[in-house]
Structures are given as structure tokens and as C-alpha cells.
Design a protein around this ligand. Sequence first.
Ligand code: UD1
Length: 339
Amino acid sequence: MNILITGGAGYIGSHVAKQLLETSKHNITILDNLSTGSAKTLDTLKSIRAFKFVQIDLNAFDTVCEVLKENNIDTIIHFAASIVVPESVENPLKYYMNNTVNTTNLIRCAVANDVKRFIFSSTAAVYGEPVNLSETGIDESYETSPINPYGMSKLMSERVIQDTALAYKDFKYVIFRYFNVAGADINYIDGKLTPRIGQSFPNATHLIKIASECAVGKREKMAIFGDDFNTPDGTGVRDYLHVDDLADAHIKAIDYLVEDDSDIFNAGYGKGYSVKEVIETMKNVTCKEFQVDMAPRRAGDPATLISDNCKIKSKMNWTPKYEDLALICESAYAWEESV
Ligand code: UD1
């Protein structure tokens, strides 16, 4: 197959590119404007196997069409997006342009060039602030009701993809709704965990990234945003998923779409950890102490977000390998130490 990865120099896109370069013979083309993606990551990927790289923005309709045509692209895995929730509240138009408009542009190019398969990175943020949750977490039929422009820009993109697939029978999609993605490349050298790629995005706001920066000593301290939630220890509960397991789901989606119908899948482990548990785990696996302050709740944070992952496991035979919060923290720390 001829596969295009948008945002392939970014965090999740680069882990998918890595697995495809290592385990498949597919021809890979990466599109990235390098606004947040890393050129160094691309160099690391090049050391695995050759691929084509084009540095452009997805709003360049004609150039994107040319890339699809020249490389005879049949499958697109679309990651390129803006992803910072508070920023989306301050600058919603950036999110609707970069996420919804650019995805629409890419799909126009895809349809014009007979692309058969489209794999899209959506988010659990489309579920908004879930209430009346069952113990098994949120399944894909749960009502979508985003509470910020980021989640809405992704939900609108989902709709564009779905409507396109209804109108063009040869265009099939898999939409993944990611829960909390964390960790870095599981790669061992002489028995030591040595990630080659990881989260390079500057000013990241993610809990595990921030805790690993504290453990390494790049940050002096961190804060827990709220301990008055309706959760066992009062801090927010999330479903943390290793980025390599998520990457594997994308690889499975490519084959899935050859035979099966378009669908939406949650991507998470179906198990929640509180902010306090995550910080304790980071301290334990790294044997590092750092200061943790209490702070008020962050705007828009729901108390609990846990996925029901029955669908992805049964329909896609997805079997996660790194379902271990300690390993997620260890790999995030090892990456942070190396950069
Ligand atoms: C992340 C994703 C979002 C996805 C959601 C699904 C991004 C930018 N966000 O958001 O797309 O919809 O998972 O579950 O990819 N926290 C602290 N202190 C900190 C940082 C975080 O206490 O310094 C807490 C937060 O309040 C929250 C938890 O840790 O309770 C996780 O926060 P974070 O890692 O930022 O992810 P989400 O906001 O859940």
C-alpha cells in the first residue's frame, strides 16, 4: 500500500510511522509543517528505513493533491492537528481552521484522488463531561457533547468524514477516539529502556509529561488541579494508554479497512488512575522526589474519563502489550532524560 501520514513528525504520528517502517513494506509518505513536529524525530525514523517527507501545511490544497497523485496514495492516516484544550478556548478559530477546515481540505483531496482508506485521530474530548457513567466506562454510543472548541473541532471533522463515506462508497474510515495517550517508544538497548522517539512538543500540558519533567529535574514542581472531585481520592481519574499500543491499533486499522466497514473505536485500556496515583507511580519507578502542590480545578476538566474498549478488542483484535502504568511512566521518564 501507499500510505500518507499527516503529522508524522509529531508525537503519535511518529510512533505509527516507526511501527510501519519497522514491520511493513508499505511505501510511506509523511506530511508535516513542522510547527510542533520535530525534524530530529524524522532523522530517527529515516535510520529505520527510507520514506518520503514533504514539509507543507494541509491548507495547501493543490500541493496536497499533487502529493496524493504523485505517490498514488491509497490510505491516509491523519494526525496533523492542534491539540491544546485551553488554547482552543482562547483561540477557537485556530482550532476550527487547523482541525476542521484542514481535515475537510484533506478529504477533498482524498476523494479527488480515489483514496480508499482514511484513519482519523479523534479524541475522548468529543464526549464532553460524561455523567451517569456505568462502571465499564464510556462506549462509542455515548452521547457526544464537547465542552471546548478542541473537542468540537474534532467532532465536526468526524461528521465530515462520515458524510463523505456515505456519499462516496469507495471511501472508508476508521475514527479512533483517544483517551490519555502517554509514554514513549519501547526500545531496549542492552536491557535498558532507551526510547528513540517520544513527546517533543514544547510546553506540553499532559500530566505524565509534566511529572516526568519534574522527575528529571527540568521542572522544580508541579500542581494537582483539584482534589475535590467525586473520585476515590478526590483527584481526576483518566485512562492512560501507551503510545505504542495506540500506534498498533492504527496498523490494525489499515488491514481492518481492506475487508471491514467504516467505524468508530475508543482507544483506551478501560482502567482509570487518579492524578495522585500517577504522580506516586512516577516517583516510585524513578526513585525521584519532587514537590507537588494543590491547586484549584482546571477549567473544563471532567472528574473521570474511562473508555469501554470492548469494541476495538473484539472487532479489531487489538491486544495491548503495555497495559502497565509503571512502564508508561518509566518510558516517559527515559525519553525525558534523553532529550
Ligand atoms: C487528554 C487529551 C484530550 C483527551 C483526554 C481524554 C491532550 C492535550 N489532551 O486531556 O485530547 O480528550 O485526554 O481523556 O491531548 N493534571 C494535573 N496537573 C497537571 C496536569 C494535569 O493535576 O500539571 C490533571 C488534569 O487536571 C486531569 C489529568 O491530570 O485530571 C489529566 O490531564 P491531561 O494529561 O492534561 O489530559 P486531559 O486534560 O485529560
